[in-house]
Structures are given as C-alpha cells and as structure tokens.
Ligand binder design. Structure first.
Ligand code: 5GP
Length: 192
C-alpha cells in the first residue's frame, strides 16, 4: 500500500536490533485517517470472506483493529496479556513471546467471545518472527473458529514470520513489507 510505505519512509526510524519505530503514526500516536485507509484496503482484499469478528492482541493492535472493524461491521476482540493465569476454564489461553520486550506473556480470551461460528480476521501492527500470530492462531484453534485471513500493517520480510504463516496456507495480507532496513543509514526498502 503506497500510502503506508510513503509514511514509513517519511516518519519511520530504524533502530538497532531490527526494530522499526513508527510510533509517530502507528502504535503510540495514531493517525486515524491512515488507519481508515488501511481498513478500506483490507476490506477490498478480504471482500470475498464472511468475516464476522476481528481479533487482535493488546496493546498496539487494538487501535488499528477498531478502525478497521468499522469497514467490516464486526466487533473487535483483543487477547489480553495477563500475569496470573485464570485456570477456571472460562478462557482460552496461550503464550506469546514479545519481540520488542523479549518476555513471555500468557494471553487470554474469554470463551464468551470466540466460538466455532466465528469467521475471524486477525489484525496486528507488525509481523516479525510470528510469535504473536502463532498465539492468536492457537487461540482461534482452541475456540474452533475459522480464520479467514490475517491483516498486518508492517511485515518485516527479512524475518521468518511471514514465510511461516504463508507456508501454512493461511491468507496473509501485509500492507507494507519491509525488504531491508539499515540502522546506520536509515535506509528502508520494500518488497512488491
Ligand atoms: P512477532 O511476534 O511477529 O515476532 O512480533 C510481532 C509483535 O512485536 C508486534 O505485535 C509488535 O508489537 C512487535 N514488533 C515486532 N517488530 C517490531 C518493530 O520492528 N517495531 C515495532 N514498533 N514493534 C515490533
């Protein structure tokens, strides 16, 4: 998506450790007009899918998911990070290793909000090694829900997550795929 690539070129900064900082518009301060355009694009790409629910993970996926959901007329469910795992059987749970914080979180979704009737679009801000997505896919599997596809704002194509997901035959639509980025020069290239 040209608009998103342009914005990453203009406002993104490359940090050591393969981290792209886009907090000016994506995951701290949020450009809602841009999110709206992203929503339109995913709606176009997933027009043939019977999506009735959007699933994301806190925190940075939530803002994007909420704006995108307006294009699908669907509610948003977000997986919550939790310290104390509720083991009373009322939640689906899984573990996610955070790429940016190098920490393992338990994440949960109440059984009330996912069921075998659901056709899910998973939305997240970044795809790196794929841990966050693996966790969300695990939760949908436990719920017996159907994953219609995954929408990612920024995929880092030089990390393994995108390949792992596509190899599993899951439809993945990343709006910008970073091919390479250099912390020293700040140069960012995109895959098309
Ligand atoms: P993964 O689980 O695919 O390794 O990483 C995805 C998660 O890590 C995303 O939800 C995002 O919050 C965070 N993340 C991964 N790479 C980056 C990055 O380059 N920049 C930022 N800001 N967040 C990232």
């Amino acid at each position: 998506m040209e608009l998103l690539e342009e914005r990453i070129r203009k406002d993104g900064t490359v940090k050591e450790g393969n981290v792209l900082k886009v907090d000016i518009f994506l995951n701290h301060q949020m450009d809602i007009d841009l999110f709206n355009e992203m929503g339109k694009e995913w709606k176009r790409l997933f027009a043939d899918c019977p999506i009735n629910k959007i699933l994301t993970v806190e925190a940075s996926g939530i803002g994007i998911a909420c704006v995108v959901a307006q294009h699908f007329y669907a509610p948003v469910v977000f997986a919550k990070k939790t310290q104390s795992l509720n083991i009373d059987g009322e939640v689906y749970s899984t573990k996610i290793e955070s790429f940016t914080h190098k920490k393992i979180y338990d994440v949960i979704v109440s059984k009330k909000f996912l069921s075998p009737d659901d056709h899910i679009l998973i939305i997240d801000d970044f795809l790196a090694n794929g841990c966050a997505l693996e966790g969300l896919l695990d939760i949908t599997k436990k719920a017996g829900a159907t994953v219609e596809g995954i929408g990612i704002a920024v995929e880092k194509g030089f990390q393994q997550g995108g390949d792992l997901i596509r190899q599993r035959g899951i439809r993945l639509e990343s709006l910008a795929i970073v091919e390479s980025m250099d912390a020293k020069t700040g140069e960012i290239t995109f895959r098309h």
